[in-house]
Write a protein that binds this ligand. Structure first.
Ligand code: GAP
Length: 509
């Protein structure tokens, strides 16, 4: 998928009421977005699909909705005050600010693009005989590029894991990386920049009232560990799930809703007996991948990426990456967080955060496996995988969002073929009946073809059309968005048919 397609997706999202820039009448606020009438429906449906899969379908997972504002000591204990930063570099000429590691990654991407170009040329030259694997391992030019990438990645990882800002700057200088805007190589030193937003609480403005907007929802779960344990009949292994806003003052916010400064996370902390972390880590890796695949997008769109460089709290981590229009990127993280958080909160709060295991008769600080997915990122994944332009047999192009029916903002549209002959009255009756169960649209304006296109563009999977035959035999046509196939169905069977197609068990069972 090209840059051009990504641009089309972002403008489609705006044109059809999915996503608007925040405060647009004031020229927007960088990396902050609002969800429009269709956007909020899709977003809520993604939330529900996640919540039901995690909480409703797991007997041993309960929910929580913790406040965004928390005691500032939470962020000291969690390590975010001391370690939640990104390396920042400024260009002295353009005055532009960058993430130093991103500059190096972009340089690597350029070398990768050269490899891709070589592959394309060779494929053209060798036609059907082309063996990509062999070419990648034998072409001297490709081997040279691959070696370059490997060397740079090694240096980058070493500098980042040693927190060696000097080495990071040296790498940028050695690679002769220029400011993408001005072409200047006049760089400042690399500094660490903490990503947490600070604000003040109450009327007294001394430093004791300084608090943070939470950069992850997870800490709300950790500090409620005892409360949940005491008030729900949970026994280890058990999980606590939460959906909520998180805030990060990202240095560079790029790629639409992929990296935002205000976003939503869907996180689950799974508390386990120490020593069982490896098996539960594999369980959640697999279970979360199954959830993604249940939506029916091509499985080639997903891959795992095991982390070499670990966050300050983790002893193992994997990303589920998704093939966004700009390449494979992290969609969800699965982290083995050990007992880092609970132990650290014990130390900072002086309160015990332990579990008495009736089976082993031991008391311990549980280990934690976390699954953490960005709701907005999931929204972007759905939107970009669903966006399709199709050339029809008459040569016209239809733009259709092939959103999985279970997530679609509007499930069914009811359309009278014409605005007369009693058809609107019948259609209204069907609409009034279906709206109790599904988000349903009623539309009688314009020719039927245009109305179908409008529903295709927002991803409505089913359309019910009332025509003249309806009056004589009580049947309507049911049109399928993706195939555009239509079949006749009795009005009284509509609900049963839609129930079967949209039932959660059909998707997650
Ligand atoms: N509690 C662990 C945690 O927060 P993370 O890898 O920093 O881990 C988890 O974030 C997920 O949150 C990511 O996989 C991504 O989907 C989403 N996310 C993180 N930063 C984001 C941002 N600036 N904008 C949108 N989504 C973001």
């Amino acid at each position: 998928m090209s840059d051009d397609t990504f641009k089309k997706i972002t403008s489609h999202a705006k044109e059809y009421g999915f996503i608007f820039p925040s405060s647009e009448i004031y020229d927007g606020l960088s990396a902050v977005y609002d969800y429009g009438p269709n956007g909020v429906l899709l977003k809520n449906n993604i939330k529900t699909y996640w919540w039901k899969a995690m909480v409703q379908l797991h007997e041993n997972i309960v929910g929580l909705d913790a406040a965004i504002l928390m005691h500032p000591a939470v962020w000291k204990a969690s390590g975010h005050v001391d370690a939640f930063h990104d390396p920042l570099i400024d260009n002295k000429d353009s005055k532009k600010r960058y993430r130093a590691d991103n500059l190096v990654e972009d340089h690597i991407a350029k070398i990768q693009a050269k490899i891709n170009k070589e592959i394309k040329k060779a494929r053209k030259r060798f036609g059907n005989d082309f063996d990509e694997e062999k070419f990648l391992n034998e072409s001297p030019r490709v081997l040279k590029y691959r070696e370059q990438i490997e060397r740079i990645e090694q240096k980058l990882n070493k500098a980042l894991s040693n927190n060696d800002l000097q080495a990071l700057k040296q790498l940028i200088l050695d690679l002769e990386i220029a400011d993408p805007v001005s072409g200047s190589r006049n760089w400042t030193d690399v500094k660490q920049f903490n990503l947490m937003f600070e604000t003040r609480m109450g009327a007294v403005s001394d430093s004791s009232s300084e608090i943070y907007l939470r950069p992850e929802t997870a800490q709300g779960i950790f500090v409620n560990f005892n409360n949940v344990l005491k008030t729900s009949r949970t026994k280890i292994p058990f999980g606590i799930a939460q959906i909520g806003k998180a805030f990060r003052n990202e240095i560079v916010a790029r790629q639409f809703i992929f990296r935002m400064r205000e976003f939503e996370q869907m996180e689950m902390q799974f508390f386990i007996r120490p020593g069982t972390e490896k098996e539960w880590f594999s369980y959640w890796k697999e279970t979360r991948m199954k959830w993604h695949l249940s939506l029916g997008f091509d499985k080639e769109m997903y891959r795992y990426h095991d982390h070499e460089q670990l966050a300050h709290y983790a002893d193992a981590a994997t990303d589920i990456e998704f093939k966004f229009p700009f390449g494979f990127k992290e969609l969800e993280g699965i982290h083995s967080r050990t007992d880092f958080d609970l132990k650290s909160h014990e130390a900072h709060s002086g309160k015990k955060l332990r579990y008495f295991d009736p089976e082993t008769r031991e008391t311990y600080v549980p280990y934690v496996i976390e699954t953490s997915i960005g709701l907005d990122r999931m929204f972007l994944a759905v939107l970009s995988a669903a966006y399709t332009e199709e050339t029809l047999s008459d040569g016209s192009v239809r733009t259709v969002l092939k959103i999985p029916a279970v997530l679609a903002p509007v499930k069914v549209a009811v359309l009278p073929l014409v605005k007369k002959d009693g058809l609107p009255e019948i259609a209204r009756k069907i609409f009034d009946d279906l709206k109790w169960n599904y988000m349903t649209a009623y539309d009688e304006k314009d020719a039927i073809g245009r109305r179908y296109r409008r529903q295709d563009a927002i991803g409505t999977p089913y359309a019910v059309t009332v025509d003249h035959q309806t009056r004589s035999d009580g049947t309507v046509t049911l049109r399928y968005r993706d195939s555009m196939h239509q079949e006749r169905i009795r009005i009284e069977d509509l609900k049963k048919e839609l129930d079967a197609k949209l039932d959660l068990k059909t998707w997650l069972g």
